[in-house]
Write a protein that binds this ligand. Sequence first.
Ligand SMILES: NC(=O)c1ccc[n+]([C@@H]2O[C@H](COP(=O)([O-])OP(=O)(O)OC[C@H]3O[C@@H](n4cnc5c(N)ncnc54)[C@H](OP(=O)(O)O)[C@@H]3O)[C@@H](O)[C@H]2O)c1
Length: 270
Amino acid sequence: MTQTIFITGASSGMGKDTAKLFHSKGWNVVATMRSPEKETELTELENVLVLRLDVTDHDSIDAARDVAVAAYGKIDVLLNNAGYGAFGPLETFPMAGIEKQFATNVLGLIATTKAFIPHMRANASGTIVNVSSMGGRVTLPLASLYHGTKYAVEGFTESLRYELEAFGVRVKLVEPGNVNTDFSSRSLEFVMDQSIQEYLPIAGGMTKLFEKMGPDASEVSAASEAIWSAATDGSDTLRYVVGEDARKILSKRNSQDDDAFHATMKTMMT
Ligand SMILES: NC(=O)c1ccc[n+]([C@@H]2O[C@H](COP(=O)([O-])OP(=O)(O)OC[C@H]3O[C@@H](n4cnc5c(N)ncnc54)[C@H](OP(=O)(O)O)[C@@H]3O)[C@@H](O)[C@H]2O)c1
């Protein structure tokens, strides 16, 4: 029987590339996005259903799930991909921006997951793939909010694994390093008050760190192929790291204690 994947944030980047990859492999694809009326490519593909879903609008999650189940009967894989980055010194962020970051990357992912558990439990099968980041296990400066959300996704997923494996549902984490999507131009909200001098040195250090890490960025296909593996390899593997940059930095993180790793990162900011 043809299998079906349900994707959040399928309007661009990894979500869209994953939709196209699964379609090319003969899957049914439910490609959800905030503004489906703007989509012109996925709507042309057979067995791709484009639906509206904003992860911060929980009614839209239930509505899209119901349409998807009515169309395809069974959802085999849920890909929680929607997300964005709130970067900048914490004190310059309005509370509304902080709440939006967690409402999208954490509560939106949790609400979508929760909406599909009864369906997967009834089928005694299913795989939930959560797009975290290497930033769910290591941190960069001026990104306390983004890392807070991705560390939350990691803890949430690890614990949920115990809960769902009992009835045949797998949960997995995809942890990309830098991936060449439009994330930094369209999904990165940088809030900084230049008049607060104290943050200028760390902002400069962050720029240097990004410059050093930039050349190691992966193509988007590396991320969608990792998602394909997570969804289809039949294993209970929890984590799928994407990219040489992520592999290198996570290996360094695992080999050093907290303070040594902090010092290593600071040398990369000079
Ligand atoms: N690119 C990287 O280097 C990188 C590295 C590690 C992890 N990641 C993670 O990978 C995921 C995908 O990012 P990407 O690189 O593919 O960037 P992207 O092309 O900017 O995609 C982000 C997607 O999230 C969607 N989105 C944002 N808020 C949403 C909401 N409230 N409801 C539904 N969809 C929403 C966006 O939809 P709109 O079109 O409506 O804005 C867009 O489709 C994110 O979770 C990100 O944190 C990216």
